[in-house]
Design a protein around this ligand. Structure first.
Ligand code: AMP
Length: 434
């Protein structure tokens, strides 16, 4: 199928050709004709599937159909809501790229940037707004933004927005939109929470599903390295150095861990930069730019940075720490093997984190291949059955308090086990939001 066959106008076809795209991706083939028809769409599509173009191209065409060049100042006719500043910046760039030959004006509305400048730009008028919910609400409160003329609403990465606790903001924004509008909801996963949001937001939607839920990209080769915690950094440096990897995205659990690993890798002679929610927006942009342009080979990131980062042909992703939430494994791995390219995704797993691996493999319904010889002392990734809370110890007959809040020995951590894994519900993320 060609882009012409989807019913896009010449100006959009030209923009698509400028990007070198020859064939629409599956989500584009399915979603573009439906959106052009004016239907509401609920799409289950991960980053890397070409989903941004799948809503941006028809959105631009729909706006063009009813475009009034006499309308001054411009009114906001399309609103695209995304969870993070980085994703907002990428979607904003995509709107500008695909709309390069069209008469529309787009504004980016995100936290971490000067509100005064945004206010001035918004007051001048624009047709399309790409925003994170928090900052958009700030502008609404100050009466800088008026959503009464919105014709098309897009919620991108809706599941991530829910995880980040944006539901109240989304509802507040929904209340300000005209009832008569087209709504598009894109989400990597479609859990019940998203279905319920979709039922409130969408009108008789068509469901579009492109990749199987929670399936990682087929062209990504995944491996697990079982390794003692204390050797992880050494192994990572070795893998990067010996394979001469030039662009590696490394995921860690905490911001502190990201800073520490950045320092250690630099000490090992590897050009590295860290990206996490405690960094200023300027530092985050700079880190991304250094990584994209090859000034550094390694980007050490927390999960805040994991979704929506569109880095072309990213060949290597390393889980230095496994994610606490199994679904995040799929999202992290989604950074590589995009748009048909092949990728490698490695996980360095210490015995303490074996239960997280179990949860991930349960979700994927398959085992990730193990690398048998890591060059280090072999470690077992078998999860040892944790005793039930307060159950008498088999040897001593005394009650076992390992799962009570206070560790039995000062400084000792409660043993990790499947019970801990089961408790790992998603928690709202407070930092790094728009
Ligand atoms: P997305 O899922 O929107 O983050 O897009 C992932 C990547 O695929 C981006 O780098 C796009 O530029 C690229 N892309 C989108 N559509 C196509 C297409 N039809 N052919 C080739 N690449 C595409």
């Amino acid at each position: 199928m060609s882009f012409q066959a989807l019913g896009l106008t010449e100006d959009l076809l030209k923009a698509v050709a400028d990007q070198g795209y020859s064939t629409p991706t599956p989500v584009q083939q399915k979603a573009i004709p439906l959106i052009l028809e004016g239907r509401d769409v609920l799409a289950g599509a991960q980053t890397g599937t070409g989903k941004t173009a799948s809503f941006t191209l028809p959105l631009l065409q729909r706006l063009l159909e009813n475009h009034n060049p006499e309308q001054k100042p411009r009114r906001i006719r399309a609103l695209i809501l995304v969870p993070t500043r980085e994703l907002a910046a990428q979607v904003y760039e995509s709107v500008k790229t695909y709309g390069a030959h069209l008469p529309f004006h787009t504004e980016l509305v995100v936290g971490g940037a000067s509100i005064g400048l945004q206010t001035r730009q918004l007051r001048r008028g624009c047709d399309i707004v790409v925003a994170t919910p928090g900052r958009l609400i700030d502008h609404i409160r100050q009466r800088v933004v008026n959503l009464a003329n919105v014709e098309i609403l897009v919620l991108d990465e809706a599941d991530r927005m829910m995880d980040m606790g944006f539901l109240p903001e989304i509802k507040q924004i929904m209340g300000l939109l005209p009832k008569q509008r087209q709504s598009l909801l894109f989400s990597a996963t479609v859990p019940n929470g998203i279905k319920s949001l979709a039922s409130q937001l969408l009108n008789n939607p068509v469901e579009v599903e492109v990749a199987k839920q929670n399936a990682t990209a087929e062209n990504v080769s995944e491996r697990v390295y079982g390794i003692g915690k204390e050797y992880k950094r050494e192994l990572l440096s070795y893998l990067i150095g010996s394979n001469n990897w030039k662009q590696v995205l490394v995921f860690v659990r905490t911001k502190h861990g990201a800073d520490r690993l950045e320092k250690q890798l630099i000490e090992d002679g590897i050009r590295t930069v860290a990206l996490h929610g405690d960094k200023t927006q300027g530092a985050r942009n700079k880190a991304l730019e250094y990584f994209k342009t090859g000034k550094v080979s390694v980007l050490v990131a927390t999960d805040v940075a994991s979704r929506g980062l569109d880095i072309d042909d990213l060949p290597h992703v390393v889980n230095f720490d496994l994610p606490q939430v199994p679904e995040d494994y799929v999202h992290r791995i989604g950074r590589t093997g995009r748009a048909g390219a092949s990728g490698v995704a490695l996980s360095l797993v210490c015995p303490e984190d074996a239960y997280l691996l179990v949860a991930i493999e349960q979700l994927l319904k398959r085992q990730i291949p193990r690398v048998a010889d890591t060059g280090y002392e072999p470690v077992s990734l078998k999860v040892i059955d944790a005793p039930k809370k307060n159950a008498p110890n088999k040897d001593t007959g005394k009650k076992d308090f390992r799962h009570t809040k206070k560790p039995a020995v000062r400084g000792a951590k409660p043993a990790a086990g499947p019970r801990d894994g089961a408790k790992n519900k998603r928690k709202p993320v407070s930092k790094g939001r728009g």
